[in-house]
Each structure stands twice: as C-alpha cells, then as structure tokens.
Ligand binder design. Structure first.
Ligand code: ADP
Ligand code: ZN
Length: 730
C-alpha cells in the first residue's frame, strides 16, 4: 500500500469549502482514496466539495462517521499545492475553507465530462462535388486530425451549416460526440522565436539557466517599455515547455490579454489556456481540469490563476509586477506577486517579475541579492525613449473650466498636422468628479458611502465609484430643491474630450476609459482601430498606460501630473513615478521619437523632478532611504485592520477594545495606531474604522495578530478584516 492511501472504511480528514475552522472525519469510500483526492461528502442534508487532507483524527464516534459519497474524476491536489494553500492561509490569516474555495472556482468540477458534437473528415467521396462542398473538405484536410464544431467548420469554409450536414449524409464527413474538456493544442517552443539582440539574449540565458536546473529562483526583469521584455519572457516560457513543465503568465488587466494571446499564437503556433473573469463557465471548467491533468501547457490569466491546480508548474511570469491590481482587495487579501514567489519556491519553479518601473519591494529584494536582476537598457531597434518636459501651470493662466495649456495645444496640433497621434492622459473616469449646488453649496454625495457622486455624462448618470450606485443626473439639488443651479467641477476624461473637440473640431478623438465599453471585446476592437490610425487624439485613463502598442503615437500629454501626489498613501510617490514613466513610455515606440509633456503646479517637487530626470536608480534609492527611516515596507512590516459595522459606535467600540488590549502585539515590539475613521468612512451603508499595526521586519506578525484578534467575539453585524502588507488605505 503506498503512502497517503486510505482503504475503504478507514477514517480520512477532509477539508471542505464550508466555513468551518476544522477538518471533518469521513470514512474512505469503496476502492479507497489517496490524500489530495477531490471528493464529495455529506454535510447535514447537503453534499459539499472537499479534499482528502490526511488520516482522520478519530475523536468522533466511529459509528456516526459518514462515508465519502464519491471521489471526483479530477486530478488529485498535489502535495505542493496543499502546502501552498496552507502557507497562504497562514500568511494572510485566512481560513483554509476560503483558500479551498479560491482554488476550486470553477463550476461542476465533479460532473462527468460534457459532450459536444464535432465533425471530421470521412472516407467516402461525396456523390456531387460543389464548390461549397469542396471548401469544407479542403478545410478538413488542411487541418487533418482536428475536429470542428458545426459553427466553426461552416465559418472556416464560408458555407452554410446545411452544406456540412449534406456531406455528413453522404459519409464524406463524420459527425461524432467528443468530450468538451479537451486538452489545449500543443505549443511548439521552437516555432516563431525572433533573433534577439545582445542584451535580450543575455537576459534569456540567465532565465533559461534557472529553468534548466529545475530549481526555485526569482528574477526581476527590468526594462523600459519596448525593450523586449515580453519577447524575453516568451523565451523563458519556451525553455519551460521544452522541459515539459507548465508555465503561467499573469497580466494585470484583461484588456491586455487579447493582444498577448495573439503574440503567443505567433510564437508557439497555438493559443494557450486563458483564465480571467471574462471567460465562460464551461471554459473555466476546461482550464481547471486541463491544468490539473497536464493538458494545458501555458495559462495566461489574472491573479486568481495562481490558484489553479498545476500538475507541474515550472515558471510564473508576473508582467507589470508593480501593478496594484495584483493585490486582491476583497475576500482573501493576497498579493499575487508575493504569493507567486511563494508558490514557485514550493514547486521548484522560476519566477520572472517584469516591469519598466519595478515596485520598491522587488527593487529592494534585488538590491539585497534575494532576486536576480536583469536589465534591458534600450528600446528594441531604432526607437528611442521619449524626451520628457514639464509644463509649469503657474505660468499658463488658463481660464477656469479649461485644462489643456496653450503649449500642450500647440504640440498636439503639430502632431495631428503631421498625421501622428497624441495621447492626453487623465486618470479620472467620467465627466466631472464633483457636482456642486451653487444655491446651497452642497456637493452631491452617495447615499450609502462617504464619497462624491461622479458625473458620467455619456451614461447620463451620476455614479459612486465606491459602490457603483448610479442615479439619473438631477436637474434640481437633492438638498435644497433649487432648480438649475447644479454645476460640474473639475475634469474627468469625458469633459476633457469636450475641450478637445472644441479646440480641434477637425480631429478624430477616441476616449479610452474602462466604463465606456460594454465588453472586453469592444475595448479590444477600439484599441485595434486606434493602433491602425483610427484616431488623431486619444484621451485615456490608466487603462492606456498598460502595455498597449500604438505605433503612430508620438506625444503623450499628462493633464495633471500632481494628481497622485496628493494622497497620504505611503506609496504615493512610487505610484506617481511608475504611472508617469509608464504613460510616457507609450510615446514614440517606432521610427519617430516621442515627447512626453507633464502639466504640473509643482515642477520642483522631488518626484516630478525624478520623473523628468529619468534617473530611476537614484529615485528608488531616495525612496528606499525614506521608507527605511520610517520603518515602513519593505523595511518594516505593516498590517491594516478594517472594522465595519452598521453603527459607527459599534465599529469604534471594537477598535478601542483592540487598541487597549494589544499586549500580544507589544510583546513583539509592534505599534498600534488608531482606531480612526477610515478615509472613506462609509461604504455601502457600513461605517468603517481602521487600525494600523507596524512591526520590525523580522517580527512574527501573523502569530501576534492571531493572538490579538483571535479571542475577540465579533458583535452581530460587525466585520473585521486583516490586511497583511496593505497596498491601499481607503
Ligand atoms: P516590452 O514588453 O518591454 O514593452 P516588447 O517585447 O513588447 O517590449 O517589444 C516591443 C516591440 O519590439 C514589440 O513589437 C516586439 O515584437 C519588438 N521586438 C522586441 N524584441 C525584438 C526582437 N529581438 N526581434 C524583433 N522584434 C522585437
Ligand atoms: Zn456609494
């Protein structure tokens, strides 16, 4: 009998997806089961999903222990995956049941494989060979061995489905049932690699070295936009595929996957598995099963793809690793970038963290020698980095309700005249961030949140960016009921578009903002149209900062470079630096040099100077020194505690109770700040109070936090969330 096997009737401990804080004992089913098996077990009157976690404890009346209903037809969870879930749970202070839910987010995992009807080439010759019939047969013999659905085949051949059906009747085409959860087409690592320049080749050699050894290692792949980071890490993927191991590429934004999938197809001859909120439930199930069985060699996905049940994961790429969307901000509060490093260390895989402007955390880890660092210093080919200049808004004397300076207008006009593109960047969705009543002075706020309603003129509604609530744009003030006195204050991208239309009536203007597109596909089409020259002036939010390639773009104008510097967030400087460098990097990617202009009210601000100067190393060094002095991440540890309750008093009562009883934290030398009303003091009708815990770098923070919060009994309706390494402080 092999290790981890439990014969029928033996007690096994099962982790379920139900919110119980312990494992449950069951009897192993007929035929027995192994550790890691996905099972269905009875819980009260219900059947729930679980994983066999080990031998049962037996501290329960043996006769009352119920048997496992069945072992599901899915690859068992590997020991490395089980350890990974346990380690993430410990790190983020998350119950294991929630971890298992995260790792099984795919419907019908235990169902028998669904079937579908597919078509392939038969042996009989058709009695009558029309042009249409000929095309169908040609498609089938061109793709010999592949089977198509009726729709796919008809579309590919450009015929009606009736033509295919006619060929089936004559036996020239075969119709058969085939399982839906098919393996993904094999990727060919040797198909479409580009000849690399010297720097790129050196970078690939470093990455491939680690992959060849089959050991854990993390590399920071740093390089300006357009330097070929993607080309380089695709070679790392190729090296992994040659080892017959699986690879995962994480992207920060679904809108980017379409472009990336095309590049994968060009490089490896087929499309990889795709995992994000935009795929169908059937596709989710296929990805999940195939990743477990080894029928998916490469997965491209959003952060939650990190919790897929890879059979043998050899490489994780985290593209744009500094992006804040890698931090999940609700449910399980984890950083996919950090957990990718953890996962890789448990399964002897390599991690590539790619960015033009790394997070200070990764930069510091590279400085400390924990990560390797590979730098691509120049853009690929002849294209050069854009020149960067500030426009001092104090000298511009713009009239109110105008945001584009005359210098900017002149530069945009020059680009449009030359048939090039200009991008105006403003990181604010909607028409105007504030709607003010000029009669009573009130600003229209969300009923449920401590947030202003943002006017979205395109949707003809006011919207709360916290809870998503929308209301029609009112004509009278909700407070004083006076008609016709409401005024929009400040610009959003929609309002900026108005100004652009007024200044450039002839120009074709495109607005790229996530809320203006019904679907990822609509957005992709718009991006493609722009890339092909379908617009002269592009107005965009941070959506455009991330990796899109617009060959004709030669000017980037930042409308408000100071916007991100106003918050008290400890990463305000870092984020502004990253965002501005990244946006500027959109300009001049091909044969024409680019220019980036930053409108600012404080051109002498150190961060603005660092952005303009482009001396990234000294920016990071200065920023690192400040954080070191303050003892904050990455040179100290932090945890955020958010308490929310229907009544503000309840939230503060619990906050004060925690602050007064913080002995477990004081024992490890940690400090507790607060409770204080959160910057956004109410969301969806719940009042929010924050505490902040700071500890030294090596301090056992999680254990102390458990000892501190563990004994607290939450009053009805009160919730408490612990955010380890918080990224946002709202
Ligand atoms: P990054 O990911 O650093 O922004 P990319 O990998 O997207 O850079 O490269 C920028 C552009 O240059 C892409 O169009 C890419 O195909 C091209 N490119 C990069 N390296 C090479 C190469 N060695 N040969 C041909 N084209 C390359
Ligand atoms: Zn709201």
């Amino acid at each position: 009998m092999s290790a981890g096997f439990h014969a029928a009737g033996e007690l096994v401990a099962v982790l379920t997806t139900e919110p119980l804080d312990r494992l449950l004992d069951y009897k192993a089913p007929q035929g027995g089961c192994f550790d890691g098996a996905f099972v269905e077990v009875p819980l009260g009157p219900r059947k729930v999903l679980g994983v066999v976690w080990g031998p049962g404890k037996g501290d329960f009346d043996h006769n009352r222990v119920r048997p496992v209903i069945r072992v599901l037809d899915a690859a068992p969870m590997t020991p490395a995956m089980r350890e990974f879930l346990g380690r993430v749970a410990d790190y983020t202070l998350t119950p294991m049941s929630a971890m298992l839910r995260l790792a099984t987010r795919s419907p019908g995992l235990g169902d028998p494989p669904a079937m579908r009807t597919v078509y392939r080439l038969g042996n009989a010759a058709p009695p009558r060979l029309t042009d249409a019939r000929k095309r169908v047969l040609e498609v089938l013999s061109d793709y010999a061995g592949l089977s198509f659905t009726l729709g796919e085949l008809a579309a590919q051949a450009g015929v009606s489905s009736g033509v295919v059906k006619g060929l089936v009747a004559s036996g020239a085409v075969l119709e058969e049932a085939s399982p839906r959860d098919l393996p993904y087409p094999r990727l060919d690592p040797d198909l479409g690699g580009k000849p690399l320049n010297e720097e790129q080749a050196a970078a690939v050699a470093v990455l491939a070295g680690g992959i060849g050894k089959g050991v854990y290692g993390t590399t920071l792949l740093q390089g300006v936009t357009g330097s070929g980071k993607t080309e380089v890490y695709l070679e790392a993927v190729a090296a992994t595929l040659r080892q017959r191991r699986q690879a995962l590429v994480l992207l920060p934004e679904i809108a980017l996957t379409a472009e990336f999938l095309d590049r994968v197809e060009a490089r490896f001859g087929a499309r990889p598995a795709e995992w994000h909120s935009g795929i169908t439930l059937t596709e989710r199930r296929r990805v999940w099963r195939m990743v477990g069985e080894g029928g998916a060699e490469l997965v491209v996905g959003a952060r939650s793809a990190l919790f897929l049940p890879f059979r043998d994961l050899g490489l994780i790429v985290v593209d744009e690793e500094h992006d804040s969307s890698y931090k999940q901000e609700d449910g399980v509060l984890y950083s996919a970038r950090d957990m990718a490093v953890l996962r890789a260390s448990l399964c002897s895989a390599q991690v590539v963290l790619a960015s033009a402007t790394p997070s200070l955390e990764s930069w510091a880890n590279a400085e400390a020698g924990k990560y390797r660092r590979v730098i691509l210093t120049s853009r690929f080919g002849d294209s050069v980095l854009p020149e960067m200049r500030a426009i001092d808004m104090r000298e511009e004397n713009l009239p109110s309700n105008r945001w584009i300076s005359e210098r900017m207008v002149a530069e945009v006009a020059a680009r449009v005249a030359a048939g090039e593109q200009a991008l105006l960047f403003l990181n604010r969705r909607g028409y105007a961030p504030v709607t003010l009543c000029r009669a009573c002075g009130q600003q229209i706020a969300c009923q449920h949140c401590d947030a202003r309603m943002v006017e979205h003129r395109f949707l003809k509604r006011l919207m709360c960016h916290q809870c998503g609530e929308t209301i029609p744009i009112p004509t009278e003030c909700p407070s004083c009921k006076v008609e016709g006195k409401l005024a929009a204050l400040g610009p959003g991208v929609e309002r900026l578009a108005e100004e652009v239309h007024a200044r450039f009536p002839e120009a074709r203007v495109a607005v790229l903002s996530s809320d203006l597109f019904g679907s990822a596909r609509a957005l992709k089409e718009q991006i493609l149209a722009i890339a092909e020259g379908g617009a002269d002036i592009i107005i965009g939010t941070q959506l455009v900062a991330k990796g899109h390639n617009f060959p004709l773009l030669t000017l980037v104008g930042v409308i408000d470079a100071d916007l991100g510097l106003q918050g008290s967030d400890l990463r305000a400087a870092e984020r502004t630096f990253q965002l501005m460098r990244q946006v500027a990097g959109r300009a001049g990617r091909h044969d024409k040099p680019g220019l980036a202009l930053l409108q600012t009210w404080q051109p002498e601000h150190p961060v603005i100077r660092a952005i303009l100067g482009g001396d990234e190393e000294s920016f990071w060094r200065a920023e690192a020194e400040e954080r070191r002095q303050a003892g904050v991440p990455p040179y100290g540890r932090m945890a955020g505690i958010v308490i929310s309750a229907p009544e503000v008093g309840q939230a503060f009562d619990l906050g004060h109770h925690l602050a007064r009883n913080a002995a477990p934290l004081h024992r490890i030398g940690a400090q507790v700040f607060g409770p204080a009303a959160a910057p956004i003091a109410r969301i969806r009708g719940r009042h929010r109070v924050r505490l902040l815990v700071k500890a030294a770098k090596g301090a056992p923070l999680q254990a102390a936090l458990s000892d501190w919060v563990g004994p607290v009994k939450l009053p009805n309706g009160v919730r408490l969330a612990i955010d380890i390494d918080p990224q946002s402080f709202y």
